[in-house]
Write a protein that binds this ligand. Structure first.
Ligand code: FPP
Length: 240
């Protein structure tokens, strides 16, 4: 049977939160000021998910390429993540949000990784909204890491290389427990994927909005979701 699907609301929304730096610069403030404002929006958009019928939200917080930013911005962002995870824990646990992290943890500092592990554990019984935070994440890096793990299984004789297909590889991705995103939103007027969920977004709809991330409100989120509902997704098939 050909896979087709019509949904008024996307089950899984992924967001590239872009424009924090420009938002701050427009106010004559340092870039970190914009990241702090961006962090506040994260809470608002997570809270909007249940009322909008969005079950999975995946956000791009830090890419494998973001290490190329100045030392001050990188350490400021890392500090922000630590502070955010600490201050939001209670709220996330109590509001039914299950938190997961994707990306390579190897380059992240131990204190941050400990907070990430704790938050995953503390929220593991929650099921209202599944929030996935991409931290030190890159789509190509993820596929490379998945391939490495798969190769190990092949060399150990646990996987027959002749049996490997797309589904096999997907089981080794960071996102193996998540459905593919139905909709990917990027703020700030840039129309690029920037190495985000490359494999998983093969059939996703894209929505590029002009608004800078710190200005992306709950209302605008609702409008973008409503726009998704008016589209028809064919997954490569022809609908009758
Ligand atoms: C892109 O804006 C944004 C980032 C690299 C960081 C995203 C981080 C946050 C929104 C902070 C909070 C996140 C969590 C999970 C607490 P940019 O700096 O590239 O903006 P620009 O394109 O205007 O320079």
């Amino acid at each position: 049977m050909v896979k087709t699907k019509r949904r008024a609301t996307p089950e899984h929304v992924a967001i590239i939160m872009d424009g924090n730096g420009r938002w701050a610069q427009a106010r004559g403030k340092p870039r970190l000021f914009g990241h702090h404002a961006g962090a506040k929006r994260v809470r608002e958009i997570v809270e909007a998910c249940p009322e909008q019928g969005v079950k999975y939200l995946t956000i791009f917080a830090f890419s494998t390429e973001n290490w190329k930013r100045t030392q001050a911005e990188v350490s400021g962002l890392m500090m922000l993540f630590k502070r955010y995870l600490t201050s939001e824990t209670k709220r996330l646990v109590e509001s039914g949000v299950r938190v997961r992290f994707i990306g390579d943890r190897i380059r992240l500092d131990d204190a941050l990784v400990t907070l990430m592990d704790e938050l995953e554990l503390l929220t593991c019984d929650n099921d209202l909204v599944h929030l996935t935070v991409a931290l030190n994440y890159g789509g190509r890096d993820e596929v490379a890491r998945a391939t490495k793990r798969l190769c190990r299984e092949v060399s150990a004789g646990r996987v027959d290389p002749e049996e490997v297909d797309a589904e096999t590889l997907a089981k080794f991705l960071d996102t193996y427990v998540l459905p593919d995103p139905d909709l990917v939103i990027r703020t700030s007027g840039e129309a690029r994927i920037s190495n985000f969920l490359l494999w998983q977004s093969a059939y996703s709809e894209y929505e590029f909005v002009e608004t800078l991330w710190p200005d992306f409100s709950r209302d605008e989120f609702a409008r973008v979701l409503a726009n998704f509902g008016s589209r028809e997704r064919r997954f490569g098939a022809v609908l009758g």
